[in-house]
Write a protein that binds this ligand. Structure first.
Ligand SMILES: C[S@@+](CC[C@H](N)C(=O)[O-])C[C@H]1O[C@@H](n2cnc3c(N)ncnc32)[C@H](O)[C@@H]1O
Length: 240
């Protein structure tokens, strides 16, 4: 099975449990943390394209700040959930590698927790560059390369063999990026004013007591030992 259709099938299957992971208790705290960091670097009242929008968690937050936007995803079932969450949302089923939009039609591109699945991240960034207006902003939040994420592919492979049904559990050939790798990808696509920072230490997968402990240390980790933070968030601009 092609990697993209495997990811698509997986998210179709877990769409009904996705929000239990990211929109309740610890999961919501984790998601609020990363989306706040993304939101802080974006103009709030613009037209946004959310790549791999899933159930619309970020899109609805962005729209609540006065912005407007479109969500694109390869999973029909995830999009159905997004439509239920926010019936007035504009949603589009498709692959982020081929964006069905005219040049310069968005002010902002954002993508949260989806970039690791991309087979051709360079192609996605070229497409993002094309559909952004001059001066437009892109924000990517994805798992970074570190001690913990290095072991994830093995965990996912074992989970798949054992038939575990869990959001994100599967052998999808996910890629985790260092800050330098992400910076280079953005630069090669034509973006400038690139900043990359590492965020989040309290990961949604941690058991509850560990999550609370990690939450206490999160500000310290992000500031002093960012290598241990799970996600990276990158911002860049298309030149005027
Ligand atoms: C972990 S979910 C993240 C969803 C959402 N961005 C969020 O923050 O909750 C990953 C999403 O990326 C989507 N996805 C993966 N590869 C994609 C691709 N090539 N094009 C579009 N969507 C993709 C999946 O279908 C899934 O909905």
């Amino acid at each position: 099975m092609k990697a993209v259709s495997k990811v698509q099938r997986h998210y179709d299957e877990v769409a009904h449990i996705y929000d239990r992971r990211y929109d309740r208790s610890g999961g919501r705290a984790y998601y609020s943390h990363i989306s706040r960091h993304v939101m802080e670097g974006l103009p709030g009242d613009k037209r946004l394209l959310d790549l791999g929008c899933g159930t619309g968690l970020f899109l609805s937050r962005y729209r609540s700040t006065g912005g407007d936007g479109v969500g694109l995803d390869i999973s029909r079932m995830m999009l159905n959930r997004a439509q239920e969450r926010s019936p007035s949302s504009s949603l589009c089923m498709g692959n982020a590698e081929h964006l069905p939009f005219r040049d310069g039609s968005f002010d902002v591109v954002a993508s949260l927790l989806a970039f690791s699945y991309l087979r051709n991240p360079d192609r996605v960034l070229e497409e993002s560059f094309r559909i952004l207006s001059p001066g437009g902003t892109i924000a990517i939040c994805t798992l970074g390369k570190n001690l913990f994420t290095t072991g994830l592919p093995a965990v996912y492979q074992i989970g798949e063999v054992m038939g575990v049904t869990h959001v994100g559990m599967g052998n999808f050939g996910e890629r985790y990026y260092s800050g330098n790798e992400m910076g280079s990808l953005l630069r090669e696509a034509g973006f400038r004013q690139i900043t990359v920072k590492r965020i989040s230490f309290a990961h949604v997968s941690l058991a509850r007591p560990l999550f609370h402990l990690a939450k206490k240390f999160e500000p310290f980790v992000e500031t002093h030992i960012p290598y241990l933070a799970y996600n990276l968030v990158a911002f860049a601009r298309k030149p005027e």
